[in-house]
Design a protein around this ligand. Structure first.
Ligand SMILES: C[S@@+](CC[C@H](N)C(=O)[O-])C[C@H]1O[C@@H](n2cnc3c(N)ncnc32)[C@H](O)[C@@H]1O
Length: 306
C-alpha cells in the first residue's frame, strides 16, 4: 500500500455542517458529461450484499444523491429508497426526475434535505447505503460513523468515486490533461475545496472504518494502473486510515469503466467539476495543448473507480 506523504493535514472542515460542497451545479450538463454508472457497477454491489446471510432488501439510502441518478438503480431492488442531499433544491429535482419522469412510485421514495454527517434516519434502519461521488464533500470520519449507526446488522456500505478520467495511449494528451487538473488543484484557496482535493488525491485511504463498527472492509480500485499515484492531482494529501486486515483489490482493464471521447467532451466534463476561479488566459494554453495533442482523434480514457 502506498501512503500519502506530502503536506499531511487533518481533513476537518472549518465550518462543519454549515457549508456544503457542489452547490449550484448544472444538472443537465452533469447528466450529459459525467460517466454513466454501468449495470455491472450495481450488479457487483447487489451480489456482494446478497451473499450475506442476514441481508434484507427493505431500505436503501442514496447519500449525496444530487438529482437521484443512483436512486434510480436502487429503487427496483428495495422496497424503499431514502434520497438525501443537503444542498437546496437537489432533492426537489430528484423527486421530479424519479417520480414525474421515471415514474417510480412516490410511496417508495423518501426525500430528505440533509447531510451524510447529520442523518435523521433511525438507527439500524437501512440495508444498503450508497454514497457515490460525494464522500470528498463530507467529513468522512463523521459520515462513516453515521453510516454505521444507520445500517442494520449485516448491512452494506458502498462508497464510490470515479474521480477524473485517466487518458491512455496518448502520452502528450495524458500530460496535458494532468497539467490542467494539477493547475486547478494548485489554485485552490477555499478550505472546502482543499479538503475535497486531499481526499480525492488519496484514493480510498482517507476513509477510516473503525473495527468496532465494520467488518470485511474491501477497497477496490478499478483501472488505477496499480498505483495511488494515478489519483493525485497535486501534492495535497490526507492521512491514511487503512488498517491491517483490510482487503485491497486492484482490477485493471475493466471495460465498463473505459470510454473514448473528444476534446469537447473533456471541456464539458471539466465544467461539471467544482474548481477554483482562474483567469481564462492562464488556463487557455493548457486547453490548447490538450486540443493539439488530440488533433482530430478521440481520446481513449479510463474512468477510475474506487
Ligand atoms: C458529484 S454529486 C454526486 C451525485 C450522485 N450521487 C452521483 O453519483 O452522481 C455530489 C453530491 O454531494 C452532495 N453533498 C455535498 N456535501 C455533502 C454532505 N456533507 N453530505 C452528503 N452529501 C453532500 C452535493 O450536494 C452533491 O449533490
Amino acid at each position: 500500500m502506498s501512503t500519502a506523504s506530502e503536506h499531511k493535514e487533518p481533513t476537518t472542515l472549518p465550518q462543519p455542517g454549515l457549508q456544503f460542497g457542489f452547490s449550484g451545479v448544472n444538472w443537465s450538463d452533469y447528466i450529459k458529461f459525467r460517466p454513466i454508472y454501468p449495470a455491472s457497477f450495481f450488479e457487483g454491489i447487489f451480489a456482494y450484499h446478497s451473499q450475506k446471510t442476514k441481508a434484507t432488501w427493505t431500505t436503501a439510502h442514496d447519500v449525496g444523491a444530487g438529482c437521484g441518478i443512483v436512486s434510480a438503480s436502487l429503487a427496483p431492488h428495495f422496497n424503499n429508497v431514502v434520497v438525501s442531499d443537503p444542498n437546496e433544491g437537489y432533492t426537489t429535482l430528484a423527486r421530479k426526475l424519479l417520480v414525474e419522469e421515471s415514474r417510480f412510485p412516490s410511496s417508495k421514495l423518501r426525500f430528505l434535505q440533509e447531510s451524510a454527517e447529520n442523518s435523521s434516519l433511525e438507527s439500524g434502519s437501512v440495508d444498503l447505503i450508497a454514497a457515490c461521488e460525494c464522500i470528498h464533500w463530507t467529513r468522512p470520519d463523521v459520515a462513516i460513523k453515521a453510516f454505521a449507526r444507520e445500517l442494520r446488522p449485516g448491512g452494506t456500505l458502498m462508497i464510490s468515486l470515479y474521480t477524473r478520467p485517466y487518458i491512455v495511449n496518448n502520452d502528450r494528451a495524458h500530460r496535458a490533461w494532468k497539467a490542467l487538473f494539477g493547475f486547478y488543484a494548485d489554485q485552490v484557496k477555499s478550505p472546502l475545496l482543499d479538503h475535497a482535493v486531499r481526499i480525492l488525491n488519496s484514493g480510498t485511504e482517507s476513509w477510516g472504518f473503525p473495527e468496532e463498527d465494520w467488518e470485511s472492509v474491501k477497497r477496490v480500485y478499478l483501472n488505477a494502473e496499480g498505483t495511488l499515484d494515478t489519483f493525485k492531482m497535486n501534492g495535497l494529501a490526507a492521512e491514511s486510515q487503512v488498517k491491517e486486515g483490510e482487503e485491497i483489490v486492484w482490477e485493471e482493464n475493466v471495460e465498463d469503466w473505459m470510454d473514448e471521447q473528444d476534446v469537447e467532451w473533456f471541456k464539458g466534463y471539466a465544467a461539471t467539476w467544482s474548481k477554483p476561479d482562474v483567469e481564462e488566459d492562464e488556463v487557455k494554453p493548457l486547453w490548447d495543448e490538450l486540443e493539439q495533442a488530440l488533433g482530430e482523434r478521440r481520446l481513449e480514457l479510463l474512468h477510475r473507480l474506487l
